[in-house]
Design a protein around this ligand. Structure first.
Ligand code: NPQ
Ligand code: MG
Length: 383
């Protein structure tokens, strides 16, 4: 028995997927989340389960119901997964999950849909090896530093209360969402109330270069960074803006691949990069972005997409790589979903750390009846 297992767990266990389940879920958020592009009280997302060789692997598609953070939506991701992506993998034998994204390369774009499938394949592979995902990805940390993303609030007082609460919970840095008209006053207030707070802002592409003065007004406040002030396509304009600011710019929406990251760094469009595996097509491309930034001496941090515990677990494993040297937007399960879809839930210690799971694969248990209750559509695709 032992010998058989050892053999199955040999270093070159191929990825062989013989069935894929797609599910669309809706889960109420613990509290609404407001950004420059809108307000969400219920998160819709897809889950992908891949099965092969008696094991399974799970991935979460971070696309939203509405095309406001990104062009992809749950509906486009479902369509592309069902018709184009899953058929390219079913019955195929790939030597390693790194081969998944190349196997999908003739389908243009749709990185969030691809990432969900690719990340499920990594979980499957890691479980087949009997190893936690972080080891397969090259992680080096047993715990990751956590920051928190605070949405646009109804008033400045409400914002100050929220930030005080998050500080008390241990988060090592706070990011607030800004938009034209909600930028100077909230930053000035937080600086007054929390002088030493590691603070940053995220505009989600709400500004144009014409409004550079609004952003320069934030320059004296010692912010860690300003995240994605301009449109995702405006990489050249971010370089022009960075030249006029002391505060580092960080790109999120603009960085859709390692190639794009290298281009952005080469022209000085940012000094920090946010990595979200969903945005770049999964773990392998995230590691490539991570490595490109490390090579250029540029720190990265892990973004968040209001994931359930399944996507969150993937994020925690990835964020254990060495160049994730700034606290990420990886917060406790209970800030978003109560209960989460996984056990144990992700928790943040009083000093702002989250443990990286040590069990095989993503290392958490998926609670089937919670998944079932939140499911709106389900489909199984077989080889
Ligand atoms: C960001 N996240 O860094 C994102 C954007 C974001 C934690 O600030 C539904 C689907 C709601 C995707 C809200 C954080 C969302 C979303 C915000 C993405 O830019
Ligand atoms: Mg962002």
């Amino acid at each position: 028995m032992r010998a058989v297992r050892a053999c199955r767990r040999a270093p070159h266990t191929p990825v062989h997927i013989d069935s894929v389940d797609l599910r669309r879920l809706r889960l109420p958020l613990v509290r609404p989340f407001e950004t420059s592009f809108g307000r969400t009280d219920e998160r819709e997302f897809l889950l992908v389960r891949v099965r092969g060789e008696g094991e399974e692997g799970w991935g979460e598609c971070v696309a939203d119901e509405l095309p406001y953070y990104s062009a992809e939506t749950t509906a486009t991701a479902w369509h592309v997964l069902e018709r184009y992506l899953v058929p390219r993998l079913l019955g195929r034998r790939l030597a390693h999950p790194r081969e998944v994204l190349p196997a999908l390369a003739d389908v243009r774009g749709h990185r969030m849909a691809k990432a969900a499938l690719e990340m499920a394949a990594w979980d499957l592979h890691a479980r087949q090896q009997g190893r936690p995902l972080w080891r397969e990805l090259g992680g080096v940390r047993a715990a990751i530093p956590c920051g928190v993303s605070v949405g646009i609030q109804p008033s400045l007082e409400a914002l100050a209360d929220r930030v005080a609460e998050e500080r008390a919970a241990g988060y090592q840095r706070v990011k607030i969402k800004i938009k034209p008209g909600w930028d100077r006053a909230p930053v000035a207030l937080l600086r007054e109330r929390f002088a030493e707070l590691p603070l940053m802002v995220d505009a989600n592409a709400a500004y144009t270069l014409d409004q550079a003065d609004d952003l320069r007004a934030l320059d004296g406040h010692g912010l860690l960074m300003i995240e994605q002030p301009l449109d995702e396509e405006d990489i050249g304009e971010h370089a022009a803006l960075q030249a006029r600011l002391k505060t580092p710019l960080c790109l999120d929406e603009s960085i859709v691949s390692a190639r794009r990251a290298r281009e952005a760094l080469a022209i000085g469009a940012c000094r920090i990069v946010n990595i979200k595996p969903g945005r770049v097509g999964g773990h392998a491309e995230s590691v490539a972005v991570h490595d490109a930034c490390a090579g250029a001496g540029v720190p990265v941090w892990h973004g968040g997409m209001l994931e359930s515990g399944i996507g969150r677990a993937h994020n925690v494993h990835l964020a254990s790589l060495p160049n994730f040297s700034l606290p990420g937007d990886i917060a406790a399960s209970r800030r978003y979903f109560e209960p989460d879809l996984v056990e144990p839930p992700f928790v943040v210690s009083p000093d702002g750390l989250m443990q990286v799971p040590q069990e095989p694969g993503i290392g958490v248990t998926i609670v089937a009846d919670r998944v079932a209750r939140a499911t709106r559509d389900a489909l199984t695709l077989d080889a």
